[in-house]
Design a protein around this ligand. Sequence first.
Ligand code: NAP
Length: 310
Amino acid sequence: MTAPIFDQIAVIGIGLIGSSIALAARESGAARKVSLFDRDADVRKRAKKLRLGEVCDTAEAACDGADCVILCVPVGAIGETTKQLAPALKAGAILTDVGSVKESVLGEMQAHCPDKVFLIPGHPIAGTEKSGPEAGFPSLFREAWHILTPLPQREEDYNSAVDRLAGFWEMLGAKVEIMDAGRHDRVLAITSHLPHLIAFNIVSTAYDMESVGEGEVVKYSAGGFRDFTRIAASDPTMWRDVFLNNRAAVLETLGRFTEDLAALQRAIRWGDGDMLMKEFERARGIRKAILDAGQDTSETNFGRNTKDKN
Ligand code: NAP
């Protein structure tokens, strides 16, 4: 069996991602010990029952002796959490996070992270629409990308800390990619943030439409709508923070999207079937590329995470 990468990791925020990390670290043997903290006493109680690791009553106690501290709280809470934890971090420890936005998070973490600690932000491109400690499962990160956005131009010991953290995520089954924080935010704006915004919007439009009763929306949802409802069921706090913290990239992407949507609207109005065919065939090609890259399966239950056992 491979030796653990870390003697002790601390997971702060015991939701879907935090509990999945705890379970995966234990199952893979990537960490000898997992200590956890969540600000919600009820979540801590449930995490104890789920045997996710040593659940502590304070964040400082969870970080005591940890070689790697992983912040799994909403993006809007990462800066404040770093500030609170800074005095409790041991010299030479790695501080990382899993936030879905990187540039603003990096700035906030950097402002509070002590010099003796290696700050290496990260983001697992894996998740479900579920929240809370019960939603976690150890295979969540398997075959998924994990993006690390290290600080540029650092010394040798910083680079070896990046290698250790990459090795940890690889033991959890992830494929690690190194990226600049700004680039991460632009890529995720189109691949994740905009699709979620569209899903939230289409679900509320359908809900508000007076010509279609709510019963009919639910009854005929298999026509495509239900896949949007799955995405739109994602945690509201998490997504509020994502949009507030990736404002520029999301607005830029949204501008392009609304222009393209207006072009489709015009083609429908003027009966331009050739234009519609051209666009739909191009979209079909992109779907094929995603399947060829192994990023989804061609099963007819597209949109449902078959790895998700909850
Ligand atoms: P979640 O299931 O809602 O869990 C977050 C947990 O953190 C909640 O128990 C929350 O408690 C707790 N928390 C909030 N502020 C805290 C604080 N200051 N100190 C300690 N605990 C605190 O969320 P999640 O889906 O695991 O997401 C966590 C992070 O992962 C977010 O930054 C998100 O952007 C990122 N992420 C999520 C996904 C996904 O698909 N869900 C994928 C990749 C990355 P309360 O309920 O009391 O607020």
